[in-house]
Design a protein around this ligand. Structure first.
Ligand code: SAM
Length: 204
């Protein structure tokens, strides 16, 4: 998976490649799809939600340009796979999931792989988690019509935010960087995510 789907498509950050090798993806994919865990596409995890394609997890992680001392906020925990990859790279990961059953699945998966520096919160991630802000990295793993204002406010000076922004069905992968109080934006191509549902996302 790492050699043919990720490195071959241009992911160069050795720390990201190592983290993707280290985290056992099959433990995050419920049966019967676990047999396809290392294939080049997203898979269902129940409750109408998905685990993201491995390459997209790697790309979004690389775009965050993480340091080992960083604190990261993830919106959209799903099964917890992206959170486990992040946890292998940084000091602390806070991840928010709106569906309690899905958050429970993620907690069990993260415990099974021994990720101790991840806190799973149930709630509306479009509002962020001010209690632990600011964050050097913020990642939204669900499709948002625009970047929720509370998340921009909770991004540290020098911080990076990565998110799929656009329509409910198709989006562009956008990275924001906060520097000297202003925001720079770059675009990393088309992606498809399930919708981000909440006060600063889609209505349902
Ligand atoms: N990060 C996951 C992974 O590692 O595979 C993939 C996440 S899945 C594509 C999107 C998740 O976002 C779903 O579990 C969904 O319930 C969740 N979600 C949608 N809106 C949300 C919101 N406002 N706050 C938190 N989670 C949300």
């Amino acid at each position: 998976m790492v050699e043919y789907q990720i490195a071959a498509r241009g992911i160069r950050d050795q720390r990201v490649l190592s983290a993707m090798k280290e985290v056992p993806r099959h433990l995050f994919v419920p049966p019967p799809y676990d047999k396809s865990a290392y294939e080049d596409y997203p898979l269902p995890i129940g409750n109408g939600q998905t685990i993201s394609q491995p390459y997209i997890v790697a790309l979004m992680t690389e775009l965050l340009a993480l340091q080992s001392t960083d604190r990261v906020l993830e919106i959209g925990t799903g099964c917890g796979y992206q959170a486990a990859v992040l946890a292998a790279l940084v000091r602390q990961v806070t991840t928010i999931e709106r569906i309690p059953e899905v958050a429970g699945l993620a907690r069990a998966n993260l415990a099974a792989v021994g990720s101790k520096n991840v806190e799973v919160i149930v709630g509306d991630g479009t509002l962020g988690y001010p209690k632990k802000a600011p964050y050097e990295g913020i990642i939204i793993t669900a499709a948002t019509p625009s970047i929720p204002r509370p998340l921009i406010e909770q991004l540290a000076e020098g911080g990076r935010l990565v998110a799929p922004v656009g329509g409910r069905d198709i989006q562009e992968l956008i990275r924001l960087r906060k520097k000297d109080g202003s925001i720079n934006e770059d675009n990393h191509g088309g992606v498809r995510f399930v919708p981000l549902i909440g006060e600063c996302g889609w209505n349902g």
